[in-house]
Design a protein around this ligand. Structure first.
Ligand code: IPE
Ligand code: IPE
Ligand code: MG
Length: 228
């Protein structure tokens, strides 16, 4: 039998699901679940850096999440600036972490758009791990937007390849995810990375996102290594 050398895992994407149920189980408002989820995200980003991953994509707000009650949407949208405070950005700089926002961020309040831009600019020369925060992200819309740009760039049909399409996606220049993790027991793709997920391993856990740990992350990576 030919030994298969496992391909190095460099890009992990995570669907951070279950914040609402975590809060409900504790008799807390959903906002408490989102806050706890943010703390878990902070720890997991550190773990991903320690594990020397090259790319981490975090599904933080989907294009479908606008359908939630306005007060919940407002609370979720207040979290990025709570999370990306000066101390965290300094830590990213020390760890050489670059931040990108993927999704249609033009739909957010002007101040938030400006903050996202400032953070991307501030970290753009960090050449270590890239963290993509998927905010108002929808995979179908990402593909529609790519097609629109391809048409407006007058790309000839005969020169249209998979690589060309990839170069018009938000993840342009990045490798496709090797592993997609979804917490909370749901086994759906929920419009996440529809193009990019084509050869990714999918890994599900019943653990709700705020309870997610490095041990589970390592388990997911190990299962993915075995399967590829
Ligand atoms: C994931 O947790 C966070 C976001 C979608 C922003 P949920 O809020 O979906 O939590 P559940 O699925 O209701 O438990
Ligand atoms: C997916 O979770 C989006 C995020 C994790 C941000 P949802 O809870 O919004 O997805 P559905 O509604 O269960 O498909
Ligand atoms: Mg959910």
């Amino acid at each position: 039998m030919v030994a298969v050398i496992p391909k190095e895992i460099e890009h992990i994407a995570i669907m951070m699901d279950g914040n609402g149920r975590w809060a409900k189980k504790r008799g807390l408002p959903r906002s408490a679940g989102h806050f706890a989820g943010m703390q878990t995200m902070r720890k997991i980003i550190r773990d991903c850096h320690d594990l020397k991953l090259k790319y981490v994509t975090l599904y933080a707000f989907s294009s479908e999440n606008w359908r939630r009650p306005p007060e919940e949407v407002e609370y979720i949208l207040s979290l990025p600036m709570k999370f990306l405070d000066e101390a965290t950005l300094n830590e990213f700089d020390r760890n050489n972490v670059r931040v990108k926002f993927i999704g249609d961020t033009t739909k957010f309040p002007k101040q938030l758009i400006e903050s996202f831009f400032a953070i991307e600019e501030r970290t753009k020369n960090n050449n270590g791990m890239v963290v993509n925060f998927a905010m108002n992200y929808g995979g179908r819309m990402e593909i529609v937007n790519a097609v629109k740009k391809i048409v407006s760039d007058n790309i000839a049909p005969e020169s249209l390849t998979q690589e060309v399409i990839e170069s018009y996606l938000y993840t342009e220049g990045q490798p496709m995810p090797d592993l997609i993790i979804r917490t909370s027991g749901e086994q759906r793709i929920s419009n996440f990375l529809l193009w990019q997920c084509s050869s990714a391993s999918l890994w599900f856990t019943k653990t709700l996102w705020p309870d997610f740990t490095k041990t589970l992350l390592l388990e997911a990576i190990e299962d993915c290594r075995i399967s590829i």
